[in-house]
Design a protein. Sequence first.
Length: 97
Amino acid sequence: MLKDKTKLVIWPVYLDGTKSRGEGRLLSMKDSVKLPVLREIEKAAKELDLEPVVESDKAHPRSWWVTKGRVLVDKKAPKSIIVKQISRKISDIRTKK
């Protein structure tokens, strides 16, 4: 449990279009990205001035056996809006490559 109320936890599964809502995806399929990684989430959050902190040794509670990590970001808006902004930024970054 995160004690700092000024931060939000962003798990990669929140953005992952290959996962179901039951597995933890928060976004619609059209807003999600396929297989996001921590570095992409961190880069997108930096570009959005959310001061990301990467914790690569963490596992999402619904899949506790898979350690994919999480990113903590500043709480500047509701989680649903921030997750959607990060997903869009990742899509923009991927299309520029």
